[in-house]
Design a protein. Structure first.
Length: 216
């Protein structure tokens, strides 16, 4: 009688060569290194953006979009914004002093065109040489500008008691989508009230100024 041979049990086990093990260890080390670097760079990037905001520098992530930031200034009756207009693009900039609507934009009155590139847009309010009236001028550092006379009843900066509110581009970079055809860069409304809350409840037009851009 023949003896029955024992059955061999085989099991599959993954086999790694030394080169594969080295490659896996390298990938793991790189992944850990990138994660640590990202953890360290994230706060630094936020700090850099904060510092750029302090000095009114743009932080541009997508150069195909219009970017804007309001700049701090110590000059009296002067407001500044830094703009980035993408290559191959132009915008029409409009300014109105007085009769500023609470919402939407008025019919264009004082208009100039701005071409592509990074530039500073400056609004200055000053008295004309005769000293009887006030004038507002809006100019870009790379060309383009417009000016207008301010009506005596709209000289809110000379009122003894006045409050103002502002909306538009603030002290951090704002990016605008190409589909946003009308961009309100600044809507500053002023009134003879004791609080800004009273001014915000005013539905009709007020003193102040509005600057807006139309993307072509």
């Amino acid at each position: 009688m023949d003896e029955q041979l024992p059955t061999r049990r085989t099991s599959w086990r993954p086999r790694f060569s030394l080169l594969t093990a080295i490659l896996l260890m390298t990938i793991i080390c790189l992944t850990i290194g990138v994660a640590q670097l990202w953890h360290e760079v994230g706060p630094l990037r936020r700090e850099v953006i904060s510092l750029r905001n302090e000095v009114g520098r743009l932080s541009i992530d997508d150069r195909s979009k219009i970017h804007a930031i309001q700049m701090r200034t110590d000059e009296s009756l002067t407001w500044k914004w830094r703009l980035w207009i993408p290559d191959g693009k132009q915008v029409d900039v409009h300014m109105q002093c007085g009769d500023v609507p609470r919402t939407s934009v008025p019919a264009p009155r004082n208009t100039c065109s701005l071409g592509p590139g990074e530039q500073t847009l400056t609004l200055k309010v000053h008295q004309v040489r005769s000293g009887k009236s006030w004038f507002a001028s809006l100019e870009s550092t790379i060309g383009g500008g417009v000016g207008t006379t301010i009506s005596p009843d709209q000289e809110w900066f000379n009122w003894g008691q006045a409050v103002s509110t502002n909306e538009g581009a603030g002290l951090s970079t704002v990016a605008y989508e190409p589909s946003q055809k009308t961009i309100v860069l600044s809507r500053t409304r002023a009134g003879k009230f004791s609080s800004s809350l009273q001014l915000e409840k005013t539905a009709g037009p007020t003193a102040g100024f509005i600057i807006w851009m139309d993307q072509r």
